[in-house]
Write a protein that binds this ligand. Structure first.
Ligand code: PMP
Length: 733
């Protein structure tokens, strides 16, 4: 492998080089020597375009030179704007040496003085080159090359050449780390043909830091893409003030990722790859400068700066370096994190769920993973409706984020497409024809409330006894769950949950009476989730709508919980009852975790709103949120989730019932929703904690918190439902 590095440079003088250029390529001019590692390079000046003459080391393999030329030709063909130093003539031979003539590019070389814009630009050009080469293949691409980062373990025999024992030990530690962390995972890194030496010595820049020349493909090879990024980084970081190194590294990675995003593993190993590159520089240089003292100045040019960086990397642990370079953060021990949570957020934020809180480091489908790698079956969260991290949604968010996140004052397809798609999901005779995108269920209900109050010019509302409609000032007043004793500021009358068996008609009359002709709106969560999960009768809901209308109020169907197929097979829970709400609010699962919500109403009502035509929320319907919501609708449809989930839910409820546990009072629900009424709240809390210990997440609901809330992602299957039932069976003894 080291034969080329091990052999002496050719020894032509500039005059001889000028003659060779004239004889072989007809280019007549003067020649001046350029530094080089293992061949000779001369700048040719003929008063016109000139050129660069390269006289190869006689031990250089001709197929490798073919490969190098093919790389340049391929990259230039794919991305013609790349400022490559192209080949000007077919290769020729002189006295046993391969001789090539390349285009002469103009510009200056950069160093540590390059500003951030130039660093970003360099990395961007590098990414373009990598993109241009990713389709390239050549039989010689797998050539053995000590400079390839994959050859790092082969540096070990050179360590003795370093001389200084402390430095030798440092490089040995870099190799140890490489063998421990990178080598076993090398095959999992993206591989392709790369430049191999995208360092500042091989790049020419103009006065504004733009790249005008990419030179010297002599180290091109098949390697890990991340290794090539590391080679470039090592060069850009050399000579920088130590305290600026990671900042500049991040700027450079930004420049690269803007065109070619890096994968998590690539970022995680980047620090090790940079250190490995630096180790190669200092060890190959120690070996070769002993062997070729005449070329020592060229060989050792970067040594001192490389040592400084090596010392910096050596002093930090890999997780710290990965964090500095933007890889995902490593996880803190749960108790320590809980302590920090309490210190920074404790007084205002809701407490952690479960006696032993969940520490989620990642999630997929119906599973949430904790730092120890253990997984929890998510039978609780409705937000990841199509499954945690569904690729369709994740990719839609990422792709649109890359395209840009603007606002609803600019035209952009996703918002309009989403509004049209949503409208098409409502019953054609519902008259629901107008959408406004917001960011949370609370904001949607807040707007629905303002719309109702504005359109009716009234100030009273009817909600269920333990309703929850949100967290804004207005939505809080509509949420008795948060104020069990009547709220002084609320002109809100309460009715029992439809489906709970209570006398709805009587309570409704009383509520309308209490409000004394001031009913602006009735809000109803179609799943009665905070009221303990009840299944309303269609007749009850028709009564509710009719009485509300008769009293001059509007009916708001809060589908934040009940919608998006939760009460399937219908997408919207109100649709199964044949009622026509005046306003529908949707949210929570709408973006599968990306914040997005909406208000849907009729044009005629919207136009009566005092803010008609003027409502705006900065993030409302931004293209990223809208793309997430569109992807969710697509997946619900493609995977037929509401229909499928309804079957799973039905079988789940039947299986829980058939457990015939004395502590189970009742099992309620529709679609993929189960409320398991237990005998008391204390028991319910204990069961939820024990289920969590058994790896199954459920919640609690109802006024007494005595109902187990089983409300999983719709991606839940029978197999998952069986796990819940089995765990419940064990827990209830
Ligand atoms: N309406 C209902 C029925 C809800 O359950 C919730 C949230 N649990 C909201 C509105 C408020 O949604 P958000 O938390 O997104 O503001």
């Amino acid at each position: 492998m080291s034969s080329v590095l091990d052999s002496a440079l050719p020894q032509f003088t500039p005059d001889e080089a000028a003659r060779i250029a004239a004889d072989l390529f007809g280019l007549r001019g003067t020649a001046s020597a350029l530094g080089s590692e293992r061949d000779q390079a001369f700048l040719l000046d003929d008063g016109a375009r000139g050129g660069v003459l390269k006289i190869s080391n006689p031990s250089e393999d001709a197929t490798v030179l073919d490969f190098e030329e093919a790389v340049i030709a391929h990259a230039g063909a794919v991305d013609p704007e790349l400022p490559l130093a192209r080949s000007l003539a077919p290769r020729a031979k002189f006295d046993g040496h391969q001789v090539r003539l390349f285009e002469r590019r103009h510009g200056h070389k950069g160093g540590p003085e390059l500003d951030d814009a130039a660093v970003r630009e360099l990395a961007g050009v590098h990414a373009r080159l990598c993109l241009a080469l990713r389709s390239f293949f050549h039989p010689a691409a797998g050539r053995e090359l000590l400079w390839n980062v994959s050859s790092t373990p082969q540096l070990r025999p050179l360590l003795g050449e370093i001389g200084d024992p402390a430095r030798e030990a440092l490089v040995a530690r870099v190799l140890d780390r490489y063998e421990e962390r990178v080598q076993p995972r090398w095959e999992r890194l993206r591989g392709q043909v790369v430049h191999g030496d995208f360092n500042l010595d091989n790049l020419l820049l103009d006065e504004r830091g733009r790249v005008t020349g990419i030179l010297d493909f002599g180290d091109c090879c098949h390697s890990a893409l991340a290794a090539d990024v590391a080679v470039a980084l090592a060069s850009v970081l050399r000579g920088r003030p130590i305290e600026d190194v990671f900042r500049v590294a991040r700027i450079s990675l930004d420049g690269f990722s803007a065109r070619l995003p890096l994968e998590p593993l690539e970022l995680e190993l980047m620090g090790d790859l940079v250190a490995a590159r630096l180790a190669a520089i200092v060890s190959i240089s120690a070996w070769r400068s002993r062997r070729f003292p005449g070329n020592a100045e060229y060989i050792e040019a970067w040594d001192e700066d490389s040592w400084q960086l090596l010392e910096l990397f050596d002093g930090l642990d890999p997780a710290q370096i990965a964090h500095e370079l933007g890889a995902t953060r490593s996880s803190t021990a749960s108790p320590a994190l809980a302590g920090r949570r309490n210190k920074a957020l404790g007084a205002l934020l809701t407490p952690l769920t479960y006696a032993s809180p969940v520490h989620a480091v990642r999630a997929e489908g119906v599973w949430i993973y904790e730092p120890d790698g253990g997984r929890l079956l998510d039978a609780y969260n409705n937000v990841p409706v199509v499954g945690h991290c569904h690729p369709r949604v994740t990719e839609a968010v990422v792709r649109q984020t890359r395209l840009g996140a603007t606002n609803a004052r600019y035209l952009a397809e996703p918002l309009v497409e989403l509004a049209e798609r949503l409208l098409a999901t409502f019953p054609p005779d519902s008259g629901l024809d107008t959408v406004l995108l917001v960011n949370s269920g609370s904001e949607a209900n807040d707007l629905a409330w303002r719309l109702a109050a504005g359109a009716t010019e009234r100030g009273g509302a009817i909600v269920t006894e333990n309703a929850y409609h949100g967290v804004t000032a207005a939505a809080t007043l509509l949420s008795p769950e948060d104020w069990p004793t009547p709220h002084p500021a609320a002109r809100v009358a309460r009715i029992p949950a439809p489906g709970s068996g209570a006398d709805l008609a009587g309570a409704l009359d009383a509520a309308i009476e209490v409000l004394g002709g001031d009913l602006a709106a009735t809000f109803l969560d179609g799943a009665l989730m905070s009221d303990g999960i009840h299944v309303p009768e269609s007749a009850e809901l028709r009564l509710l709508v009719d009485q509300t209308h008769t009293a001059g109020g509007l009916y708001v169907a809060d589908e934040v919980q009940a919608g998006h197929g939760r009460c399937g097979p219908e997408l919207w829970s109100f649709a199964r009852h044949g009622i026509a709400p005046d306003v529908v609010t949707i949210g929570k699962p709408m973006g599968n975790g990306y914040p997005v919500a909406a208000v849907v109403t009729r044009r005629e009502l919207a136009e009566r709103f005092p803010y008609a035509g003027r409502t705006f929320s900065t993030f409302g319907g931004n293209p990223v949120a809208a793309s997430a919501a569109l992807a969710v609708l697509d997946v619900l449809e493609d995977e037929r989730l509401p229909e499928r989930a309804a079957g799973v839910g039905e079988r789940l409820r039947a299986a829980v019932e058939s457990l015939r546990k004395p502590d189970i009072v009742e099992v309620r629900g529709v679609g993929l929703l189960a409320g398991v009424q237990l005998s008391n709240g204390e028991l319910a809390a204990r069961v939820a904690d024990e289920l969590r210990e058994a790896g199954v997440l459920v919640g609690l609901t109802g006024k007494q918190d005595d109902v187990l809330k089983i409300r999983p992602p719709l991606a839940f299957t029978d197999e998952h439902a069986e796990l819940v039932v089995a765990a419940l069976d064990r827990t209830l003894g």
